[in-house]
Ligand binder design. Structure first.
Ligand code: ATP
Ligand code: FE
Length: 355
Protein backbone atom coordinates (compact mmCIF):
# COMPACT_ATOMS: atom_id res chain seq x y z
CA UNK A 1 0.00 0.00 0.00
CA UNK A 2 1.31 3.44 -0.93
CA UNK A 3 -0.17 6.58 0.60
CA UNK A 4 0.33 10.27 0.22
CA UNK A 5 0.30 12.03 3.60
CA UNK A 6 -0.35 15.69 4.39
CA UNK A 7 0.44 17.58 7.59
CA UNK A 8 -0.40 21.21 8.39
CA UNK A 9 -1.56 21.31 12.01
CA UNK A 10 1.04 23.71 13.36
CA UNK A 11 3.84 25.63 11.64
CA UNK A 12 5.23 22.97 9.30
CA UNK A 13 3.68 22.27 5.92
CA UNK A 14 4.55 18.71 4.98
CA UNK A 15 3.81 16.06 2.36
CA UNK A 16 5.20 12.56 2.10
CA UNK A 17 4.78 9.28 0.26
CA UNK A 18 5.05 6.09 2.31
CA UNK A 19 4.79 2.48 1.18
CA UNK A 20 3.98 -0.44 3.46
CA UNK A 21 4.37 -4.05 2.41
CA UNK A 22 3.55 -6.58 5.12
CA UNK A 23 5.32 -5.17 8.16
CA UNK A 24 7.98 -3.38 6.13
CA UNK A 25 7.51 0.37 5.76
CA UNK A 26 9.47 2.63 3.46
CA UNK A 27 9.48 6.42 3.23
CA UNK A 28 9.63 7.14 -0.50
CA UNK A 29 9.73 10.89 0.07
CA UNK A 30 9.20 13.37 2.88
CA UNK A 31 9.05 17.11 2.31
CA UNK A 32 8.80 19.58 5.20
CA UNK A 33 8.50 23.32 4.64
CA UNK A 34 8.91 25.20 7.90
CA UNK A 35 7.56 28.66 8.67
CA UNK A 36 10.01 29.75 11.34
CA UNK A 37 10.95 32.97 9.50
CA UNK A 38 7.31 33.97 9.04
CA UNK A 39 6.62 33.88 12.77
CA UNK A 40 10.04 34.96 14.07
CA UNK A 41 9.07 38.61 14.55
CA UNK A 42 6.04 37.65 16.67
CA UNK A 43 7.76 35.37 19.18
CA UNK A 44 5.33 32.53 18.51
CA UNK A 45 3.21 30.92 15.84
CA UNK A 46 0.50 33.28 14.54
CA UNK A 47 -2.46 31.08 13.54
CA UNK A 48 -3.67 33.32 10.68
CA UNK A 49 -0.23 33.58 9.13
CA UNK A 50 0.26 29.82 9.52
CA UNK A 51 -3.06 29.00 7.84
CA UNK A 52 -2.32 31.24 4.85
CA UNK A 53 1.20 29.84 4.46
CA UNK A 54 -0.14 26.26 4.58
CA UNK A 55 -2.73 27.08 1.92
CA UNK A 56 0.03 28.54 -0.27
CA UNK A 57 2.61 25.81 0.25
CA UNK A 58 0.58 22.59 0.37
CA UNK A 59 0.28 22.15 -3.41
CA UNK A 60 3.99 22.72 -3.85
CA UNK A 61 4.90 20.26 -1.09
CA UNK A 62 2.62 17.62 -2.62
CA UNK A 63 4.16 18.10 -6.06
CA UNK A 64 7.64 17.88 -4.61
CA UNK A 65 6.84 14.78 -2.53
CA UNK A 66 5.29 13.02 -5.51
CA UNK A 67 8.21 13.92 -7.78
CA UNK A 68 10.77 12.77 -5.23
CA UNK A 69 8.92 9.48 -4.69
CA UNK A 70 8.77 8.75 -8.42
CA UNK A 71 5.03 8.06 -8.05
CA UNK A 72 2.06 9.60 -9.80
CA UNK A 73 -1.31 10.10 -8.12
CA UNK A 74 -2.82 7.21 -10.06
CA UNK A 75 -0.27 4.80 -8.57
CA UNK A 76 -1.29 5.66 -5.00
CA UNK A 77 -3.70 3.68 -2.81
CA UNK A 78 -4.91 6.56 -0.69
CA UNK A 79 -4.48 10.01 0.80
CA UNK A 80 -4.03 10.55 4.53
CA UNK A 81 -4.29 13.93 6.19
CA UNK A 82 -3.98 15.34 9.69
CA UNK A 83 -7.57 16.14 10.67
CA UNK A 84 -6.62 17.45 14.15
CA UNK A 85 -5.74 18.35 16.80
CA UNK A 86 -4.00 21.61 15.98
CA UNK A 87 -4.45 25.18 14.80
CA UNK A 88 -7.79 24.97 13.06
CA UNK A 89 -6.95 27.18 10.06
CA UNK A 90 -3.95 25.06 9.15
CA UNK A 91 -5.80 21.79 9.70
CA UNK A 92 -8.62 23.02 7.43
CA UNK A 93 -6.09 23.92 4.70
CA UNK A 94 -4.70 20.39 4.84
CA UNK A 95 -8.07 18.65 4.93
CA UNK A 96 -9.37 20.72 1.97
CA UNK A 97 -6.25 19.98 -0.03
CA UNK A 98 -6.47 16.25 0.73
CA UNK A 99 -10.16 16.15 -0.20
CA UNK A 100 -9.38 17.81 -3.51
CA UNK A 101 -6.66 15.30 -4.31
CA UNK A 102 -8.68 12.29 -3.17
CA UNK A 103 -11.80 13.34 -5.07
CA UNK A 104 -9.83 14.34 -8.16
CA UNK A 105 -7.82 11.13 -8.33
CA UNK A 106 -10.59 8.86 -7.03
CA UNK A 107 -8.54 7.76 -4.03
CA UNK A 108 -9.67 6.76 -0.53
CA UNK A 109 -9.33 9.54 2.07
CA UNK A 110 -8.19 8.85 5.63
CA UNK A 111 -8.22 11.45 8.41
CA UNK A 112 -5.42 10.97 10.92
CA UNK A 113 -5.03 12.18 14.47
CA UNK A 114 -1.73 14.11 14.55
CA UNK A 115 -0.86 12.56 17.91
CA UNK A 116 -1.48 9.06 16.54
CA UNK A 117 1.02 9.96 13.82
CA UNK A 118 3.64 10.70 16.47
CA UNK A 119 2.64 7.70 18.59
CA UNK A 120 2.86 5.21 15.69
CA UNK A 121 6.23 6.50 14.43
CA UNK A 122 8.28 3.70 16.06
CA UNK A 123 6.31 1.24 13.94
CA UNK A 124 7.21 3.19 10.82
CA UNK A 125 10.90 3.36 11.73
CA UNK A 126 11.43 0.04 13.54
CA UNK A 127 8.35 -2.07 12.91
CA UNK A 128 7.75 -2.07 16.67
CA UNK A 129 5.11 -4.58 17.82
CA UNK A 130 2.14 -3.71 20.06
CA UNK A 131 1.79 -3.12 22.96
CA UNK A 132 4.41 -0.52 23.74
CA UNK A 133 4.71 2.48 26.03
CA UNK A 134 5.04 5.84 24.33
CA UNK A 135 6.06 9.16 25.80
CA UNK A 136 4.89 11.90 23.49
CA UNK A 137 6.78 15.10 24.27
CA UNK A 138 6.28 17.97 21.86
CA UNK A 139 5.56 21.65 21.59
CA UNK A 140 1.91 21.18 22.43
CA UNK A 141 1.70 17.84 24.19
CA UNK A 142 3.14 15.72 26.94
CA UNK A 143 1.58 12.37 27.69
CA UNK A 144 2.19 8.71 28.29
CA UNK A 145 0.30 6.40 26.00
CA UNK A 146 -0.07 2.69 26.21
CA UNK A 147 -0.30 1.82 22.53
CA UNK A 148 -2.12 -1.45 21.91
CA UNK A 149 -3.14 -0.90 18.29
CA UNK A 150 -3.34 1.73 15.54
CA UNK A 151 -6.53 3.05 17.14
CA UNK A 152 -6.10 1.74 20.65
CA UNK A 153 -4.42 4.20 22.98
CA UNK A 154 -4.69 4.50 26.78
CA UNK A 155 -3.45 7.69 28.34
CA UNK A 156 -1.60 6.96 31.59
CA UNK A 157 -0.97 10.60 32.45
CA UNK A 158 0.02 13.91 30.99
CA UNK A 159 0.66 17.54 31.59
CA UNK A 160 -1.85 19.54 33.57
CA UNK A 161 -0.60 22.82 32.10
CA UNK A 162 2.28 23.50 29.65
CA UNK A 163 4.04 21.03 27.40
CA UNK A 164 7.82 20.66 27.76
CA UNK A 165 8.48 22.03 24.26
CA UNK A 166 6.47 25.10 25.19
CA UNK A 167 8.58 25.43 28.36
CA UNK A 168 11.76 25.18 26.27
CA UNK A 169 10.42 27.84 23.90
CA UNK A 170 9.39 30.18 26.72
CA UNK A 171 12.70 29.69 28.51
CA UNK A 172 14.53 30.61 25.31
CA UNK A 173 12.39 33.71 24.98
CA UNK A 174 13.05 34.75 28.59
CA UNK A 175 16.78 34.33 28.08
CA UNK A 176 16.94 36.10 24.72
CA UNK A 177 17.59 32.96 22.68
CA UNK A 178 16.07 32.33 19.23
CA UNK A 179 12.96 30.25 18.44
CA UNK A 180 12.31 27.34 18.35
CA UNK A 181 13.71 27.33 21.84
CA UNK A 182 14.49 23.63 22.24
CA UNK A 183 17.64 23.39 20.11
CA UNK A 184 18.85 26.82 21.32
CA UNK A 185 18.44 25.95 24.99
CA UNK A 186 20.05 22.54 24.46
CA UNK A 187 23.09 24.13 22.78
CA UNK A 188 23.45 26.63 25.66
CA UNK A 189 22.95 23.90 28.28
CA UNK A 190 25.96 22.04 26.90
CA UNK A 191 28.14 24.96 27.98
CA UNK A 192 26.50 25.33 31.40
CA UNK A 193 26.63 23.76 34.85
CA UNK A 194 23.35 21.94 35.58
CA UNK A 195 23.96 22.30 39.33
CA UNK A 196 24.55 26.07 39.39
CA UNK A 197 20.80 26.62 39.73
CA UNK A 198 18.40 24.23 41.41
CA UNK A 199 14.99 24.49 39.79
CA UNK A 200 11.83 22.77 41.08
CA UNK A 201 10.85 19.27 39.95
CA UNK A 202 7.06 19.82 39.85
CA UNK A 203 4.68 17.02 40.93
CA UNK A 204 7.47 14.57 41.78
CA UNK A 205 6.15 14.41 45.33
CA UNK A 206 2.74 13.30 44.10
CA UNK A 207 1.84 9.83 42.88
CA UNK A 208 0.88 9.21 39.27
CA UNK A 209 2.18 10.09 35.82
CA UNK A 210 0.97 13.68 35.47
CA UNK A 211 3.28 16.60 34.74
CA UNK A 212 3.31 20.32 35.37
CA UNK A 213 5.77 22.67 33.71
CA UNK A 214 4.32 26.13 34.24
CA UNK A 215 5.98 26.56 37.67
CA UNK A 216 9.35 25.79 36.15
CA UNK A 217 8.87 28.60 33.67
CA UNK A 218 8.09 31.00 36.51
CA UNK A 219 11.20 29.84 38.39
CA UNK A 220 13.34 30.63 35.33
CA UNK A 221 11.78 34.07 35.07
CA UNK A 222 12.50 34.78 38.74
CA UNK A 223 16.08 33.50 38.51
CA UNK A 224 16.71 35.57 35.41
CA UNK A 225 15.38 38.73 37.06
CA UNK A 226 17.62 38.16 40.09
CA UNK A 227 20.66 37.71 37.86
CA UNK A 228 19.82 40.81 35.86
CA UNK A 229 19.30 42.86 39.04
CA UNK A 230 22.65 41.71 40.39
CA UNK A 231 24.75 41.94 37.21
CA UNK A 232 22.92 44.62 35.26
CA UNK A 233 22.46 42.10 32.46
CA UNK A 234 22.60 38.41 31.73
CA UNK A 235 26.23 37.21 31.60
CA UNK A 236 26.86 34.50 28.98
CA UNK A 237 28.00 31.83 31.41
CA UNK A 238 25.06 32.38 33.75
CA UNK A 239 22.69 32.12 30.82
CA UNK A 240 24.22 28.76 29.95
CA UNK A 241 23.91 27.68 33.60
CA UNK A 242 20.22 28.66 33.62
CA UNK A 243 19.66 26.58 30.48
CA UNK A 244 21.52 23.62 31.96
CA UNK A 245 19.56 23.85 35.21
CA UNK A 246 16.26 24.07 33.35
CA UNK A 247 17.06 21.13 31.08
CA UNK A 248 18.16 19.03 34.09
CA UNK A 249 14.86 19.75 35.85
CA UNK A 250 12.77 18.77 32.80
CA UNK A 251 14.89 15.70 32.24
CA UNK A 252 14.64 14.55 35.89
CA UNK A 253 10.87 14.92 35.91
CA UNK A 254 10.43 13.10 32.59
CA UNK A 255 12.71 10.29 33.81
CA UNK A 256 10.97 9.77 37.15
CA UNK A 257 7.48 9.83 35.63
CA UNK A 258 8.67 7.40 32.97
CA UNK A 259 9.69 4.99 35.76
CA UNK A 260 6.13 5.09 37.03
CA UNK A 261 4.53 4.73 33.60
CA UNK A 262 6.84 1.81 32.82
CA UNK A 263 5.74 0.08 36.03
CA UNK A 264 2.08 0.36 34.94
CA UNK A 265 2.91 -0.89 31.45
CA UNK A 266 5.08 -3.78 32.67
CA UNK A 267 2.25 -4.95 34.93
CA UNK A 268 0.52 -6.02 31.70
CA UNK A 269 3.44 -8.37 31.10
CA UNK A 270 4.24 -7.50 27.47
CA UNK A 271 6.25 -10.24 25.76
CA UNK A 272 8.94 -7.86 24.56
CA UNK A 273 8.72 -4.66 26.60
CA UNK A 274 9.47 -1.48 24.68
CA UNK A 275 9.49 2.21 25.56
CA UNK A 276 9.44 4.73 22.73
CA UNK A 277 9.58 8.51 22.64
CA UNK A 278 8.29 10.88 19.98
CA UNK A 279 7.64 14.58 19.50
CA UNK A 280 10.08 17.44 19.05
CA UNK A 281 11.46 17.36 22.60
CA UNK A 282 12.60 13.77 22.02
CA UNK A 283 15.25 15.39 19.81
CA UNK A 284 16.99 16.56 23.02
CA UNK A 285 20.00 14.33 23.58
CA UNK A 286 20.19 14.83 27.37
CA UNK A 287 16.53 13.90 27.71
CA UNK A 288 16.94 10.92 25.40
CA UNK A 289 19.89 9.69 27.46
CA UNK A 290 17.92 10.00 30.71
CA UNK A 291 14.97 8.08 29.29
CA UNK A 292 17.23 5.43 27.83
CA UNK A 293 18.74 4.87 31.28
CA UNK A 294 15.31 4.46 32.87
CA UNK A 295 14.34 2.02 30.16
CA UNK A 296 17.50 -0.03 30.67
CA UNK A 297 16.79 -0.20 34.43
CA UNK A 298 13.70 -2.31 33.76
CA UNK A 299 15.04 -4.18 30.74
CA UNK A 300 12.77 -2.52 28.21
CA UNK A 301 13.94 -1.83 24.67
CA UNK A 302 14.27 1.93 24.13
CA UNK A 303 13.36 3.53 20.82
CA UNK A 304 13.76 7.11 19.70
CA UNK A 305 13.02 7.84 16.06
CA UNK A 306 15.54 9.89 14.07
CA UNK A 307 15.19 13.62 14.65
CA UNK A 308 13.48 14.45 11.36
CA UNK A 309 10.74 11.95 12.26
CA UNK A 310 10.49 13.21 15.87
CA UNK A 311 9.30 16.64 14.83
CA UNK A 312 6.27 17.28 12.64
CA UNK A 313 6.36 15.53 9.29
CA UNK A 314 3.92 13.93 6.87
CA UNK A 315 5.57 10.51 6.67
CA UNK A 316 4.09 9.66 10.07
CA UNK A 317 0.67 10.82 8.82
CA UNK A 318 0.86 8.72 5.65
CA UNK A 319 1.94 5.74 7.73
CA UNK A 320 -0.77 6.20 10.37
CA UNK A 321 -3.26 6.54 7.50
CA UNK A 322 -2.16 3.18 6.11
CA UNK A 323 -2.49 1.60 9.56
CA UNK A 324 -6.04 2.92 9.88
CA UNK A 325 -6.84 1.90 6.31
CA UNK A 326 -5.70 -1.64 7.00
CA UNK A 327 -8.14 -1.73 9.93
CA UNK A 328 -10.90 -0.86 7.49
CA UNK A 329 -11.21 2.83 8.28
CA UNK A 330 -12.48 5.11 5.47
CA UNK A 331 -13.35 8.78 5.56
CA UNK A 332 -15.17 10.78 2.93
CA UNK A 333 -15.70 14.37 1.87
CA UNK A 334 -17.59 14.97 5.11
CA UNK A 335 -14.29 14.64 7.03
CA UNK A 336 -13.99 17.67 9.26
CA UNK A 337 -11.02 19.44 10.83
CA UNK A 338 -10.94 19.26 14.61
CA UNK A 339 -8.98 21.68 16.82
CA UNK A 340 -9.20 19.24 19.74
CA UNK A 341 -9.05 15.48 19.48
CA UNK A 342 -7.83 13.52 22.50
CA UNK A 343 -6.06 10.39 21.43
CA UNK A 344 -7.56 7.92 23.85
CA UNK A 345 -10.97 8.80 22.49
CA UNK A 346 -10.04 8.42 18.82
CA UNK A 347 -12.74 5.85 18.33
CA UNK A 348 -15.34 8.10 19.85
CA UNK A 349 -14.97 11.65 18.56
CA UNK A 350 -17.99 12.85 20.49
CA UNK A 351 -16.36 12.58 23.91
CA UNK A 352 -14.63 15.40 25.81
CA UNK A 353 -11.43 17.23 25.04
CA UNK A 354 -8.00 17.92 26.50
CA UNK A 355 -4.27 18.06 25.83
P1 ATP B 1 2.41 19.14 18.64
O1 ATP B 1 3.05 18.04 17.87
O2 ATP B 1 2.14 18.77 20.03
O3 ATP B 1 1.27 19.76 17.95
P2 ATP B 1 4.55 20.82 17.80
O4 ATP B 1 4.16 20.49 16.44
O5 ATP B 1 4.87 22.22 18.15
O6 ATP B 1 3.48 20.30 18.82
P3 ATP B 1 6.92 19.24 17.45
O7 ATP B 1 7.13 19.76 16.07
O8 ATP B 1 6.80 17.81 17.65
O9 ATP B 1 5.77 19.94 18.24
O10 ATP B 1 8.12 19.77 18.31
C1 ATP B 1 8.45 21.13 18.40
C2 ATP B 1 8.88 21.41 19.82
O11 ATP B 1 10.04 20.62 20.14
C3 ATP B 1 9.27 22.85 20.05
O12 ATP B 1 8.66 23.30 21.22
C4 ATP B 1 10.77 22.80 20.19
O13 ATP B 1 11.30 23.80 21.03
C5 ATP B 1 10.99 21.42 20.77
N1 ATP B 1 12.33 20.93 20.50
C6 ATP B 1 12.92 20.74 19.30
N2 ATP B 1 14.20 20.35 19.44
C7 ATP B 1 14.43 20.30 20.78
C8 ATP B 1 15.56 19.98 21.59
N3 ATP B 1 16.73 19.66 21.05
N4 ATP B 1 15.41 20.03 22.92
C9 ATP B 1 14.24 20.35 23.48
N5 ATP B 1 13.14 20.68 22.79
C10 ATP B 1 13.23 20.65 21.46
FE1 FE C 1 3.61 17.38 16.36
Amino acid sequence: LTFLGLESSCDDTAAAVVRVEGDRAEILSSVVAGQTELHAAFGGVVPEIAARAHAEKLDLCVEEALAASGMTLTQLDGVAVTAGPGLIGGVISGVMCAKGIAAGAGLPLIGVNHLAGHALTPRLTDGLAFPYLMLLVSGGHCQFLLVRGPEDFSRLGGTIDDAPGEAFDKTAKLLGLPQPGGPAVEAEAKKGDPKAFRFPRPLLDRPGCDFSFSGLKTAILRARDEVVAEHGGLPRQIRSDLCAGFQAAVSDVLAEKSRRALAIYLAEEPATPAFAVAGGVAANSAIRAALETVSAEVGARFLAPPLRLCTDNAAMIAFAGIERYRLGARDDLALSARPRWPLDQSANPLLGSGK
